[in-house]
Design a protein around this ligand. Structure first.
Ligand code: FCB
Length: 460
């Protein structure tokens, strides 16, 4: 039994992708290197030595992919813009890069699909990383310039915007743990990156508002998680609060309240020169009003105390070595992530209670084994169950009064899953890696039928 169309809350339904994961064509039309191009060239950084060089060849198959979106019947498509296509060295504007996004946006509008553009989904121009990357305050200025160039170019046709996608990953996976580009392992730089990403969001929001006016919808996309203790033992329960601060409140408190959480600041104090980093006026900029908070949700975060005998890595957080990230209870997706749709409900109701902000699910979905049959088709009932469960909890949160505006499935196409390369597939459409042929999985037909069965459609 899966969710009925009539049970879906009135909202925008769509699918999401990101530039580096699907576009390919990394050296075409003047595009510069991004940090993911550089990172992927280092053996050992990405499983199987995979890179985004080919991606899904979306750059060259744009109209086919637009037709696929139209076939799915989505209301909206969430994509990201590749900064190094638009400003290859971080400074010079490349009009051929902008022209690609003209074709994308115009193609969506021609098909009646509403574009949601994300400015930064992790592909920082390498030239800016060489100059210090997100650990440098200068990158904030560069981001503001980039935001203005893109908004001035596409703002007449795109009304929905996000500044950043999952800054937690950029800051902690990129600069603390080093498993994502740029592969740095330096807690002080991760703390600096956190601040500069927040500031880039705030300044970018101001630029977007200035260029686009009051009618545009502007937001930030984060990947918060409900944090759960590994056991009922007091030591395990005690570390939940700090892990919550590092994963969740460090983004939402500055953006919605204009303050950093005290417990996080205390953990960072010994590791970084916070007085030099956090300048007067920064928090006011970071707290620029936003219209919607984008939530990417896949799994709860389970933590325990090292002192209680748990071993493993800290859940990415400078100053929390005593906290250990643990795997959650089964079942799990192919990523090893515990599947728990109730976590989505818990998260949405909590964020609603604490911050009272309209929200959108900007990503949810699952990687599954996806063995194709002899015709290349994938009968992914596991993915349908995953999406169905999360839609049910989305609907329950809406019924309980949470202001929910949209739901986007991650993702349209099997693509370059960052450090996991192409081996982890999240798509509702399979991409044959030899031929690049797109083959909708059973989940694509399921989502299409569900959307088509709605009697109430979003307006405006
Ligand atoms: C999110 C990313 C997205 C994708 C999914 C599986 O963290 O935003 O690009 O990789 O995870």
């Amino acid at each position: 039994m899966t969710i009925e169309a009539a049970a879906l809350p009135p909202a925008i339904y769509g699918v999401a992708t990101s530039s580096y994961q699907i576009e390919g064509a990394t050296d075409v039309d003047g595009r510069g290197d991004s940090i993911w191009d550089t990172f992927g060239r280092v053996p050992g950084n990405v499983v199987g030595g995979d890179t985004g060089e080919t991606g899904c060849d979306h750059y060259h198959r744009l109209s086919e992919d637009l037709d696929l979106l139209a076939w799915l019947g989505v209301d909206s498509y969430r994509f990201s813009i590749a900064w190094p296509r638009v400003l290859p060295d971080g400074e010079r504007v490349e009009s051929r890069g902008l022209a690609f996004y003209d074709r994308l946006v115009d193609g969506l509008l021609d098909r009646g699909i509403r574009p949601l553009a994300t400015l930064y989904h992790w592909d920082l121009p390498q030239a800016l990383e060489t100059a210090g990357g997100w650990a440098s305050r200068e990158t904030v200025e560069r981001f503001a310039t980039y935001a203005r160039v893109v908004a001035e170019h596409l703002g007449d046709r795109v009304g929905d915007w996000s500044t950043l996608n999952e800054p937690w990953c950029s800051a902690f996976l990129g600069y603390d743990v080093g498993v994502h580009a740029p592969g740095v392992r330096d807690p002080a730089r991760a703390i600096a990156a956190t601040h500069h990403l927040l500031l880039a969001h705030g300044r970018g929001t101001r630029v977007l508002r200035d260029v686009l006016g009051p009618d545009a919808s502007i937001g930030l996309v984060i990947n918060p998680a409900p944090v759960r203790p590994a056991s009922d033992a007091a030591e395990d329960v005690e570390v939940v609060a700090l892990a919550d601060g590092m994963r969740n409140r460090v983004w939402t408190d500055p953006v919605f309240r204009g303050v950093y959480p005290d417990d996080v600041l205390a953990a960072w104090e010994p590791l970084a020169d916070l007085a030099a980093l956090h300048r007067d006026g920064d928090l006011d900029e970071i707290a620029a009003p936003v219209d919607v908070l984008g939530i990417n949700y896949y799994t709860p975060l389970y933590v325990g105390a090292r002192a209680a005998g748990h071993e493993g890595a800290s859940p990415a957080g400078p100053g929390q070595d005593h906290v250990v990230e643990l795997s959650g209870p089964p079942p799990a997706s192919a990523m090893g992530w515990s599947i728990d749709p109730t976590g989505l409900y818990d998260l949405l109701t909590r964020l609603d209670a604490d911050y009272d902000v309209p929200m959108a699910i900007t990503e949810t979905g699952g990687a599954f084994p996806d063995a194709p049959d002899e015709d290349g088709r994938v009968d992914d009932t596991d993915r349908i169950a995953y999406l169905d469960g999360h839609l049910e909890e989305f609907a329950r949160a809406a019924r309980d009064g949470v202001d929910l505006r949209a739901f986007y499935v991650w993702t349209l196409l099997d693509n370059f899953e960052w450090a996991e390369g192409y081996r982890r597939t999240f798509g509702i459409v399979r991409v044959d890696r030899d031929t690049m042929r797109r083959i909708p999985k059973r989940s694509a037909y399921w989502y299409r039928d569900l959307l088509a069965a709605r009697t109430v459609r979003p307006t405006g």
